[in-house]
Design a protein around this ligand. Structure first.
Ligand SMILES: Cc1cc2nc3c(=O)[nH]c(=O)nc-3n(C[C@H](O)[C@H](O)[C@H](O)COP(=O)(O)O)c2cc1C
Ligand SMILES: C=C(O[C@@H]1CC(C(=O)O)=C[C@@H](OP(=O)(O)O)[C@H]1O)C(=O)O
Length: 391
């Protein structure tokens, strides 16, 4: 399965094309819309999210709510385009009137300066429109399609905020990873407020103070995926390792700077006797691990335990408190200013990270089993699970 997204932040529409989803999957536009709405939530976002009301339009690959096996095209309209149609029109000829709001002042921490140099652009709008995280809307739409596929083989994927600024949510307040219903309920808003009220209150106060100071915040998101069969991915080559593919998927999200599995960087702090997940066996469960310090991976393969991936998001680079930069036209130093921006977008990013994990896991499942028709895929997964249990 492969997919691509297209669209500029203030252009008319965002699009995704997905190829390789099996025929026979019941696809709910409501579920995609619910995921899109979750991505728009989160305390600390700017005014753009008040303008947009992301709703998917399914325009190919689905008939009477069932996938056909042909490419699926999804579209979301940018409401804000109404305010930008002259400036962003794909068809109007450039004139002095519609070429206003040219950007010559690159923002530190953004793709602006290097993108301008690389693509030979003197109006940095031609860079920032696509480098904007508006693009993550379509990743979430694609992720929802993948989650609906994974649900058909009883695999669940959930993303939520674990840390915002310096404030950590208490991991002990999360329910057991195996308890999917409770986990889903408490992480529904992808925000810590649903499982750690104390941390959530502190975070809200911190966001308010940071916004007042013209500054921004990053954080850490966690994604958990449960009930994957062991043996997805492979140890045999660098590019077959599934944990490596997940790392790529997480760091591909705008502003993500690091990734870890299970106890991650914390593994460095303990001796091996405290970090390995010992192997246990009962006839009912087959082989399993007594803990999940390694985040569900051994040798680049799923080991049947919940997958635990975390990613760190840097603070939003556009600050209301001006940063130093240099105008590319005049070469003069200036203090960057801003029209609108998020103070933090970590809750939204948790939903994007969930989508990226779902996409990557769906790709691994579809690479291993029959990807033409869902009933055959389900039968193969069931047979494989039985084979593993009998090992
Ligand atoms: C959901 C989400 C929302 C974001 N919102 C903003 C924003 O409002 N302002 C901003 O300057 N950066 C925002 N960013 C981050 C930038 O898109 C990102 O830092 C920039 O494109 C440079 O990419 P890099 O940080 O991966 O190097 C957001 C990122 C995500 C994931
Ligand atoms: C539009 C979204 O996020 C945007 C991501 C973003 C950036 O630079 O990444 C900058 C802001 O865009 P704008 O300048 O239009 O306000 C955010 O609002 C979105 O998440 O849907």
């Amino acid at each position: 399965m492969r997919y691509t997204t297209a669209g500029e932040s203030h252009g008319p529409k965002l699009t995704a094309v997905i190829e390789g989803i099996p025929a026979g999957l019941t696809l709910s536009a409501d579920k995609i819309n619910a995921a899109l709405a979750r991505r728009q939530q989160g305390y600390g976002r700017g005014n753009r999210m008040k303008i947009e009301h992301d709703q998917v339009e399914i325009v190919s690959g689905v008939r009477h709510q069932i996938t056909l096996g042909s490419p699926i095209t999804l579209q979301v309209t940018n409401r804000d385009y109404a305010h930008w149609d002259e400036i962003m029109s794909p068809t109007a000829v450039a004139t002095p009137e519609n070429s206003i709001r040219q950007v010559t002042k690159p923002r530190p921490g953004h793709a602006d300066l290097v993108g301008g140099q690389k693509y030979q652009q003197r109006d940095l709008r031609n860079v920032l429109e696509r480098s904007s995280a508006r693009e993550t809307t379509m990743r979430v739409a694609v992720g929802s399609v993948c989650q609906q596929l994974l649900a058909a083989i009883n695999v669940e994927v959930l993303g939520f905020v674990q840390q915002l600024g310096g404030i950590h949510a208490d991991p002990a307040k999360l329910p057991e990873l195996g308890d999917l219903a409770t986990l889903r309920a408490v992480t529904e808003a992808s925000d810590v407020r649903t499982y750690d009220e104390t941390a959530a209150t502190k975070i809200q106060t911190l966001i308010d103070a940071t916004k007042k100071a013209g500054d921004t915040l990053g954080g850490v998101v966690e994604v958990v995926a449960t009930n994957l069969p062991a043996g997805l991915g492979s140890y045999v080559s660098a590019d077959t390792k599934l944990d490596a593919k997940l790392a790529q998927a997480i760091v591909s999200i705008n502003a993500f700077k690091g990734v870890e599995f299970g106890d991650g960087f914390g593994l460095a702090e303990h001796p091996g006797s405290e970090d390995m997940d010992e192997i246990l066996y009962t006839p009912e469960r087959g082989f399993y691990r007594g803990s999940d310090h390694l985040g569900g991976f051994e040798g680049g393969m799923t080991n049947g335990e919940p997958i635990i991936v975390k990613g760190v998001m840097k603070p939003i680079p556009t600050l209301y408190k001006p940063l130093n930069s240099v105008d590319i036209a005049t070469k003069e130093a200036y203090k960057a200013n801003v029209e609108r921006s998020d103070t933090t977008a970590v809750p939204a990013a948790a939903v994007v990270a969930e989508a990226m994990v779902a996409i990557t896991l769906a790709q691994a499942v579809l690479a291993k089993f029959d990807a033409d028709a869902l009933p055959r895929l389900q039968a193969q997964v069931t047979a494989y699970r039985k084979e593993l249990a009998a090992y």
